[in-house]
Design a protein around this ligand. Structure first.
Ligand code: ADP
Ligand code: MG
Length: 259
């Protein structure tokens, strides 16, 4: 079924257009270490998919393959109709359509907030300064940090830095946002603000692929939850099913540790 959609031509156009990310048989090895052993995953436009699973199960590697920070060893990744695994693809161009927010705060420490948000818009998207600033301010407002436009990253809390990182990714007009444990490095009292911004993005219809340990968030926001272990997708489905009534022993064991 998924293969049909992925390889569908014009006849399946209506269906294919609805799919933001299509991953088929994705494999990734580091030398002898097989980290991803055949991942199939579909994210529809406007859908939030949460990826859960124990440390070392390959969650970050999966996201890094979707953003081509890692080169897949096998399989196929299609984002917004562009096959990223096609050897002839323009990787830099394809990557601008994909926003990524990491666990650590990856702001440019020597640039103030405004310039953090404008630099890639100008260099990669060739927007002029005025337009880049307008877009930056709009996205800063979206994450509730308009008043921090002139601040340096070091003057912000971890939660504020992470919200700036989200605003920076949004300023590139991504089709898809990838989040890799965006709240894991935060003090507990700062987690809620970042999750609230992500929840708002979800409500606005952003397509999101989120690796998280926040089970409450996954339960409330995710359209689909995927449990990974040992490089495989062990179980996937609606949140109330995978988190609320898991079928697989490995999923049950994992959830009993984190819930
Ligand atoms: P998770 O995010 O689920 O904790 P990762 O995707 O980070 O898991 O890692 C999965 C496995 O791949 C781990 O065993 C990790 O050590 C290994 N791994 C990840 N990146 C590399 C790399 N660049 N080189 C070698 N091994 C790696
Ligand atoms: Mg990880």
């Amino acid at each position: 079924m998924t293969d049909v959609v992925a390889e569908g031509g014009a006849a399946e156009g209506a269906v294919a257009e609805d799919i933001a990310v299509e991953i088929t048989g994705l494999k990734k090895s580091f030398g002898p270490l097989d980290v991803l052993k055949g991942i199939d995953l579909q994210v529809r436009r406007g859908e939030v998919v949460c990826v859960i699973g124990p440390s070392g199960s390959g969650k970050s590697t999966l996201l890094r393959c979707v953003n081509l920070l890692e080169e897949p060893s096998g399989g196929k990744i299609v984002v917004d109709g562009v096959e990223l695994t096609d050897p002839d693809v323009d990787i830099d161009r394809a990557r601008t359509r994909i926003g990524m927010v990491f666990q650590g705060f990856n702001l440019f420490s020597h640039l103030n907030v405004l310039n953090n948000l404008t630099v890639a818009q100008r260099k990669v998207l060739k927007r002029d300064q005025k337009q880049a600033e307008e877009i930056a301010l709009r996205n800063l407002e979206r994450v509730g940090l308009s008043e921090k436009v002139d601040a340096m990253p070091a003057q912000l809390s971890g939660g504020q830095q992470q919200r700036v990182a989200i605003a920076r990714a949004l300023s590139m007009d991504p089709d898809v946002m990838l989040f890799d444990e965006p709240t894991s490095a935060l003090d507990p009292e700062l987690v809620g603000d970042v999750l609230a911004v992500m929840r708002q993005l979800a409500d606005e219809g952003m397509t999101m692929l989120v690796v998280t340990h926040e089970m409450q968030f996954a339960r409330e926001v995710a359209d689909k939850v995927l449990f990974m272990d040992g490089g495989y997708v062990v179980e996937q489905g609606p949140a109330e099913q995978v988190i609320g009534a898991p079928q697989q022993e490995r999923t049950k064991t994992f959830l009993s540790r984190v819930l």
